[in-house]
Design a binder for this molecule. Structure first.
Ligand SMILES: NCc1[nH]cc(CCC(=O)O)c1CC(=O)O
Length: 309
């Protein structure tokens, strides 16, 4: 759908983070169109995921919780593009939709936010770490089997308040999200990807359009980042192979340097007591096969319990 100004309408969720991300795309698209940012309309759409606050999303019925309503708006023509955290996108999009591209990736790392401890190693014995992410819960427990993890949902502001008030000892968040909210100074420590692997897609903003909207797809190519696209192709291929069970924590990160890429991926038991890690490198031209291959290696090496079987 084209707004009365003639510019394509952007669909977004209404959370502060989603709006910050949509505004980045709004500014870039306005630049490409040669019009003021206000001429590109943002349409705020509530998703099922926005309405669930009391349980882990993994228990609330699976994939696409943050995308379904935006997908429908795209397919109905109410919006022309949807802006998402790549991390929240399911591995397979509904028929007729495509990821048209990604903005250049932000910092991919997670951060620790705590009152006293300056690192995960420094957390007091038996500390309580709040997180809604199975991947973060598992990785914290892999490094520190003595800490207890508790479900912590809600927006970034609420989570920070719970650390400040002492309700929990620490939490973990994506540095990218904090930066976009202007809250990066809340981070106590930035976690090295060597021992704390990010989520598939972390730090990347994805733009979804209708597959047949070729004019818009071409327009978006003026400011989307091909290297981020390659990294995400690897990571999402890895995730697709492992995707059977959303109860199983998965982490992975691809890096692109010129014509070569490297990838590390991990599948973990929810309590961090078991894991399989893989490492691959190869040419950019083989991104898809490399990601799938890494996924198949994990499946082959994992104990059945790790695969939820
Ligand atoms: N699950 C919510 C979500 N989706 C994307 C980000 C951060 C931004 C990003 O990864 O690009 C966050 C918050 C967080 O995990 O701290």
């Amino acid at each position: 759908m084209i707004a009365s100004t003639g510019a394509p309408v952007i669909g977004t969720r209404g959370s502060p983070l989603a709006l910050a991300q949509a505004r980045q795309v709004q500014a870039l698209l306005a630049g490409a169109l040669g019009c003021p940012a206000e001429a590109v309309a943002l349409s705020v759409i509530k998703t099922t995921g926005d309405m669930i606050q009391d349980r882990a999303l993994s228990e609330a019925g699976g994939k696409g919780l943050f995308t379904k309503e935006l997908d429908s708006a795209l397919l109905d023509g109410r919006i022309a593009l949807a802006v998402h955290s790549a991390k929240d996108l399911p591995t397979v999009l509904p028929k007729g939709l495509v990821i048209a591209g990604y903005l250049a990736r932000e910092d991919v790392r997670d951060v620790l936010i705590s009152r006293g401890a300056r690192s995960i190693a420094e957390l007091p014995r038996g500390a309580v770490v709040g997180s809604a992410s199975l991947r973060r819960q598992a990785q914290v427990r892999r490094l520190r089997p003595d800490v207890s993890v508790t479900l912590l949902r809600g927006n970034v502001g609420t989570r920070l308040a719970k650390v400040e008030s002492g309700e929990i000892d620490a939490t973990l968040l994506a540095l990218a999200g904090l930066r976009r909210l202007g809250l990066a100074d809340k981070a106590t420590a930035v976690l090295d990807t060597e021992d704390f692997l990010p989520a598939i897609g972390q730090g990347a903003i994805a733009i979804v359009t209708r597959a047949d909207d070729l004019a818009l797809r071409e327009m978006l190519m003026r400011f989307t980042d091909p290297a981020t696209g390659v990294a995400l192709e690897v990571e999402r291929a890895f995730l697709r192979v492992l995707d059977g069970s959303c109860r199983t924590p998965i982490a992975g990160l691809a890096r692109v340097q010129g014509a070569s890429l490297s990838f590390r991926g991990m599948l973990l038991a929810p309590d961090g007591s078991d894991w399989v890690a893989v490492e691959r490198s190869g040419p950019v031209a083989e991104a898809l096969g490399l990601g799938e291959d890494a996924g198949r290696e994990v499946v082959a090496r994992a104990r059945p319990a790790l695969l939820g079987k």
